[in-house]
Unconditional design. Sequence first.
Length: 510
Amino acid sequence: MKKTKKAYASRLRNLVIIFALTAVIIGVSTYAWFVGMRTVSVSSFDVDISGTESLLLSLDGSTFSETVTINGSNYSDAYTGNSNFWAGNGLIPMSSIGVIDESTSRLKIFEKASLTPSPGGYRLLASQVDNSTTEQNGYVAFDLFIKNFTGADYIETLDQSNEEAIYLTVDSEVKVSNSGVANTGIENSVRVAFAEIGRVIADEEDATKIQGIKCTDVATLPEGTPSGVTGICRAAQVWEPNDTSHEVGAISWYETSCLNRTGADITADESYTTNDCGLVVDGLAYPTYAIKAAIPSQSNVDVYDGTAYNGYTSATYLQSISYFTDTMKFLTGTERPTFITLAPNSITKLRVYIYIEGQDIDNYDFASIGQQISVAFGFTKQRFTEDDIDYSGPDVNKGDGPYLRDENGDIQLDGEGNPIPISVDSTAPVITLSGDAIDNVTVPAIENEIYTDPGATAKDNVDGVITDDIETIGTVNLYVPGTYKITYKVRDAAGNLGIKTRTIIVTEQA
């Protein structure tokens, strides 16, 4: 029985943290691209990545370890011939629907070419960034190689149904750093794209072959492609953090600038009406109509084109994107969605992009005041948490070491001859909601009422009651029907994160 419990505990522990990235962008003085494309300086952008026993990471496809670090100083040293890029002249608003160009194995991304105020917003011209030979200024891009040890069999044929699900960790976040200015909203326009370029079997030792993996469909591999290489070429998984957060300034800018558009004649100013555009409310998520093709002159595309905003969709040039959002990240149990998939017994080459989405409704002129943002995300193979299965047993992260040692380095034994483990606090605090996890409310009859949050309590296995340390994220507008989320987050002294989410469903009065 003890052996079974020990194996179960080890299995849970090995599944918890698969991948983590931390980044700090300093001097983000970007301006909304429909006002001007001013460059921003980028420095101290560090990427720390960690894995577990079943998954190792590398920046060169040769040297694998549980942790790697990449930053503005060492990104170009990853391996000879790499195409990593670190936004040399700073971040500027870009736009992408996540499509990978098979001929270059790079993200198709667009930048503003010109702009003129329109009767109901701003006319947008855009050109595709020419990154056919090298990445261009305005965003960050780098290669990451992931070795997945799960399973003994490697299936070379590309079939996503044979791959293993990976989830985004709940502590992944983008926020204004401690040195930045809060309440400006620059963090709400950041995007992180993960493009799976291709893969080989996990025991491949030819670093040149691994580094040279191209994003080409396996059925149309070009002549000279090494055997055993499987091109993937899927659209990148793009993460949109803070999808329900909208600052007052961004909402006011939108309400001031936007007018409804009939769509009867996109080339005429008469297509605009005097009606207001669709409502944008803090606490609810809204789509991004990103650029999917170069926008030439005389196309008369407005930055607010989209059914959720001015009512018109210029489908030739813009496309509503199905991002992976923070709202999805907080789903639990069987509702928790897969982020990416990895083939068992493989080395997969990923291309990671970090950029500011110019078409995001939160990307307005004064968001630049935020200046400094931090990005952190992680992957896990663990779909369920202790809360999902109501686990209340002993800490599964203890008992297998590290062990107490004497001055000679020998493991100390207890009275029964068992190794004495060092107490390591790896258990997250437990948050208990006050009231219901799902709160159904109706639009109140009395004006100016606000939502009363029932709150929550938090207790840690080491620190005890830490309710006062809970951070509450999210807003509820009682006068706009929709589904809102309030997230409660708390860390213990050891840095373990506890998270709980309440759903508030606001409906019209009967």
